[in-house]
Ligand binder design. Structure first.
Ligand code: HEM
Length: 519
């Protein structure tokens, strides 16, 4: 009797398990109507995890969307979404980040803007920092002006002039990552503590080497390793100066971002040790976000232009119309001359279309941005699939969005002219789908409002954002092509990695710079 009861219990249990783990996910789950990435996707994430581990995630997801449309089920509890409606629902609907961000981006075991999952602490911290990255602040910042002038005119153009004169080619990826780092560090910490990676090649190589190791180690293993200790030591120096009231009398520029965050945290009752790590975690996050993404954008802009001498000439003609322009600027003359304003650079249509098209096709952050569907009483529907359960992971990626062929015809081709005709009926859709900086409350803090004007951003709740970067990218590209032509010497391995942040696989693009006056 007892044994037949236990047999029945076992049978019932087996049926329940089969129902829960096979029948329900395949046939009755609200996700069961969504096309599967793989036969096993409703019951296990093994298939997509394998693609991730082998560096094939992004392109695999792209081809799935080409086959199956805007929504694909990647795992029992995970969807990829590729449409403007999906973007709106997910990224402006208060969906929180998944633990993946914390696992990858936390520094010193302490959260920062990128790693924070929860809405409220993130939003409080972002408000503390958005002001110094807002368009109006940056446009009027004398510190940013001085930093820009000393880096572009004082360091970068003379170096290019020397390379051109000596007919020496150069790997522009590390050079331009270094330039991005020089800008970001000077804006964060003040010029006294900013790096000079344009000149100091040994330090730059060591730093980039530390960064490559840092990127692939687990936050627990890298915590307080060489890279983190370097940043903490820098932050401590700036904190000591601020405590002693020295920052203002500093000969160089102000530590704009650091001082802003330091002052906001001063009001916070937490102990100093905790604040010290919060400050350092946030600063390291900006340094990481600032140097590599900019370096990638520069590299692909130069790579595309180097294949098109006629386009370089058209761009130069546009750049020479700037007033003042960037022709023959030298560090000595610099004291007398201002740089072209951010607005005047933004008003150059060809320059804008070139940078924008590069950010579309070679987007530096092509990887999926995962979020959780909230467990709210409101049903969540995406692209006609209804009642998506709370806790489901949903993500979109700039790589896939930027290749929707109905909006960007010939999506794999670099065609800056697609951005040049504002009357084109497609132009609104192109702007709404442009996602190089993400959207919503978690949109890039360093993104450029000029590129993300209100009509441009898919739906931005933070109107802040932006600097050094696109303004800087435009300034640097303008400085280069006003004075030089570029040609490719070695572009082996130029294809982008299949990674969240995606530099060229070969980590190089070797170019020859030729001075316009030498030709
Ligand atoms: C071409 C250059 C850049 C690109 C393409 C880029 C792209 C992005 C993207 C796609 C995100 C959103 C990630 C998400 O949704 O989770 C992001 C976030 C962020 N970026 Fe950038 N970024 C760039 C430059 C910068 C610079 C220069 C800085 C600062 C100096 C910066 C600071 C940040 C920060 C702090 C976040 C986190 C924002 C938040 O979660 O609220 N980025 N960036």
């Amino acid at each position: 009797m007892l044994s037949s009861l236990s047999t029945i219990a076992i049978v019932v249990l087996v049926i329940a398990l089969i129902y829960q783990y096979f029948i329900f996910p395949y046939f009755f789950s609200p996700l069961s109507k969504i096309p599967n990435a793989h036969l096993t996707s409703p019951i296990t994430s093994l298939w997509i995890s394998h693609k991730r581990k082998t560096g094939n995630e992004i392109k695999t997801i792209y081809s799935l969307h080409q086959q199956h449309g805007p929504v694909v089920r990647l795992g029992p509890n995970e969807l990829s979404v590729n449409s403007i409606d999906g973007l709106r629902t997910i990224y402006t609907g208060g969906f929180e980040k998944t633990p993946w961000y914390r696992d990858i981006f936390v520094n010193f075991g302490t959260d920062n803007l990128v790693s924070t999952q929860e809405y409220k602490p993130h939003s409080i911290q972002k408000r503390m920092l958005s002001n110094v990255y807002s368009k109006s602040y940056l446009q009027n910042s004398p510190d940013l002006q001085r930093v820009s002038s000393s880096i572009v005119v004082g360091r970068f153009l003379p170096l290019l002039g020397k390379l051109a004169q000596e007919r020496e080619s150069v790997n522009v990826l590390p050079l331009l990552q270094g330039l991005g780092q020089d800008f970001t560090s000077a804006y964060l910490f003040g010029s006294r503590y900013g790096t000079d990676f344009i000149h100091d090649v040994a330090k730059r190589e060591h730093w980039l080497d530390m960064y490559e190791k840092f990127k692939v180690s687990h936050p627990k293993d890298r915590s307080f390793g060489e890279f983190e200790r370097w940043c903490l030591a820098l932050c401590d120096k700036v904190s000591n100066n601020l405590k002693e009231g020295k920052a203002r009398s500093d000969q160089g520029t102000q530590p704009v971002v650091y001082a802003q965050f330091y002052r906001c945290l001063e009001k916070n009752p937490e102990n100093w040790e905790r604040k010290r790590l919060v400050l350092a975690s946030e600063m390291l996050d900006h340094l990481i976000a600032g140097h590599e993404t900019s370096g990638i954008t520069f590299t692909y802009t130069l790579w595309e232009l180097s294949q098109r001498p006629a386009l370089q000439a058209r761009l130069r003609a546009e750049l020479l119309g700037l007033s003042p322009n960037l022709r023959n600027r030298s560090p000595e003359k610099e004291k007398d001359g201002a740089l072209p304003s951010a607005q005047s650079l933004d008003n150059l249509p060809l320059l804008d279309s070139i940078i924008r098209e590069t950010l579309r096709l070679h987007t530096p952050v092509p990887g999926p941005q995962p979020r959780f569907v909230p467990s709210s009483s409101q049903p969540v529907n995406i692209e006609g699939y209804t009642n998506i359960p709370g806790g489901t992971i949903v993500s979109s990626s700039a790589f896939c969005l930027h290749r929707i062929a109905d909006v960007y015809p010939n999506p794999d081709e670099w065609l800056p002219e697609r951005w040049l005709n504002p009357d084109d009926s497609n132009s609104e859709a192109m702007k709404r789908l442009f996602w190089a900086f993400g959207s919503g409350g978690r949109m890039c803090l360093g993104s450029n409002l000029a590129l993300q004007s209100t009509s441009f951003s898919p739906t931005t709740s933070y109107r802040a954002a932006l600097i050094p970067k696109v303004t800087v990218i435009k300034l640097v590209v303008a400085a280069i092509y006003t004075n030089f032509t570029t040609s490719i010497v070695d572009d082996e391995g130029i294809e982008q990695e299949d990674n969240y942040i995606a530099p060229p696989k070969g980590r190089k693009l070797v170019l020859q710079f030729t001075s316009v006056s030498q030709r």
